[in-house]
Design a protein around this ligand. Structure first.
Ligand code: BES
Ligand code: ZN
Ligand code: ZN
Length: 488
């Protein structure tokens, strides 16, 4: 899809199809061109509602009000509506008069690219989207000082963040037999090459040398050997350093604490945190951000077999803490424990974020569409929430407390890998991870449980059924935000 900005009025712009957004309350207004036809089609201009008038070559989309969030989902439903129609080009006004800022353009471009996404790797018949060109007319922007450059930058940022999201979606949607730890490492290497990132891959021998015994224990029963991936975006004179750590369970069968069959389906998505980290690395390098960003991925498959790690085992993590295994399905925190320790040893960062499909409890607690945010710094958590909102992602805070901390106590080791209560599972998992954050990093760390939104088996908003790429846009915007706050 090619995007173009023009200052020509929309009527003087050439395209096969025109998209017109109708804001709910304006619907009765006389300037809606095809009022009668739309009424006949019972178009109510509700948010994301579409009405394609073939005879007029116009696609109407309803919107509750003009905001970035509404724009992104409205455009996504619009582009889905024109799939498998023969239209090749679209024209649309920028709708910036209502918002006075370029965020709406970025959201519009994201809506087109995110909505057009389709995962058809395993389909014999590939789905068709014929749209090649999209022209955005800045005509209605003339009330304000026309800053085409700012608009062009917003457009490019939208393209980069949406394409990075789709890159993540592709990895997550790939089956466990086509995407196992070595393949994850290959994807990272390829990305490093094309985007000029530093890349270091740790294989089992090196993982042993680094004393990453908990990660190795989880990996032991799989025929696919684990990898730890370290990517780095290193601009000259960076203004801050960020470390991102992703849970990369290329499959989570539960291990010997085997998942019931209904719960095992979709567990190819347990590599979402890792895939999101790769997507963020793609975005920050293409945005050329003056921030040093490190991405760490623990890529492991959790399987059963004669060599499997067991409930009752005691493992020693990289930082020396001993862990009593009571459930092999709480494996993500074991993989992350070692990967977090490794990340902190390698890089002294200003911010440390981990992203993980860590607990079903997060999904139960806050629903499928929302990520859970945990950590010790209210300031950093609040910032994450702010940038999630501007990216059109849902996120909410879950608080730690010392009583839940106590539920992780072990009789024979330093800590258990599961808590002794069935309540608050997302929080106890976050508290478990906090045991592997050094004191000096405690206020720099935020844990993001994306178990809900990372993979949903129906389409929602700008997201298709399957992988959503949750976290990519939220964290890319966070990192962009560091630059903005420093240039004030
Ligand atoms: N990968 C799962 C968490 C998960 C569940 C992600 C549903 C996405 C959707 C994780 O490894 C797991 O199995 N967690 C257990 C923890 C329990 C054993 C304490 C869970 O949530 O049941
Ligand atoms: Zn598990
Ligand atoms: Zn898991």
């Amino acid at each position: 899809m090619n995007f173009e900005l023009t200052i020509n009025p929309i009527d003087k712009t050439e395209a096969q199809l025109e998209i017109i957004l109708v804001v709910d309350k304006d619907f009765d207004h006389r300037f809606v061109k095809d009022k009668e036809l739309l009424e006949k089609a019972s178009f109510k201009a509700e948010q994301d509602e579409t009405c394609l008038l073939i005879e007029r070559d116009r696609l109407y989309i309803g919107m509750e009000s003009i905001s970035s969030e509404n724009m992104r989902t409205a455009i996504a439903s619009g582009i889905r509506r024109v799939k498998s129609t023969p239209y090749k080009s679209i024209k649309i006004a920028s709708y910036m008069n209502h918002q006075k800022c370029t965020a709406v353009i970025r959201a519009m471009v994201e809506g087109f690219i995110l909505g057009a996404y389709n995962f058809d790797r395993y389909k014999s018949k590939k789905s068709e989207l014929n749209i090649e060109d999209i022209v955005i007319s800045l005509e209605d922007y003339r009330e304000f000082e026309l800053d085409i450059k700012a608009c062009a930058i917003a457009l490019e940022k939208g393209q980069i963040s949406a394409e990075a999201t789709n890159f993540t979606r592709d990895i997550v949607n790939t089956t466990p037999d086509d995407c196992y730890p070595k393949i994850m490492a290959d994807i990272a290497k390829k990305l490093a090459k094309s985007n000029n990132l530093e890349c270091h891959i740790l294989k089992p021998k090196e993982l042993k040398k680094e004393k990453m015994e908990t990660l190795l224990a989880v990996a032991r029963a799989s025929r696919h050997k684990p990898r730890v991936i370290h990517l780095a975006h290193k601009p000259k004179n960076p203004i801050a350093t960020v470390s991102l750590i992703g849970k990369g369970l290329t499959y989570d069968s539960g291990g010997l604490s085997l998942k019931p069959s209904d719960f095992m389906v979709t567990m190819k998505s347990d590599k979402s945190g890792a895939s999101t980290v790769l997507g963020i690395m793609k975005a920050v390098s293409e945005l050329n951000l003056p921030i040093e960003v490190h991405g760490f991925v623990g890529a492991v498959e959790n399987m059963i077999g004669g060599d499997a790690y067991k409930p009752d085992d005691v493992l020693v993590a990289k930082n020396g803490k001993t862990i009593e295994v009571r459930n092999t399905d709480a494996e993500g925190r074991l993989v992350l424990a070692d990967t977090l320790c490794y990340a902190q040893q390698e890089v002294k960062a200003d911010y440390i974020f981990d992203l993980a499909t860590l607990t079903g409890a997060s999904v139960v607690g806050v629903g499928q569409y929302t990520s859970s945010i945990m950590g010790f710094s209210d300031e950093v958590k609040e910032k994450v929430l702010k940038y999630a909102k501007s990216a059109g992602e849902f996120a909410t805070k879950l608080d730690f407390n010392r009583y839940l901390q106590k539920t992780l106590k072990s009789q024979i080791a330093d800590i258990c890998n599961i808590s002794n209560t069935r309540y608050g599972g997302a929080v106890t998992a976050g508290l478990f991870l906090s045991e592997f954050i050094d004191d000096e990093h405690k206020d720099k760390w935020v844990h993001i449980d994306i178990a809900g939104p990372a993979f949903v088996e129906h389409s929602w908003g700008e997201n298709p059924s399957g992988a959503s790429g949750a976290g990519v846009r939220m964290m890319t915007r966070f990192i962009e935000g560091i630059v903005r706050e420093n240039s004030k």
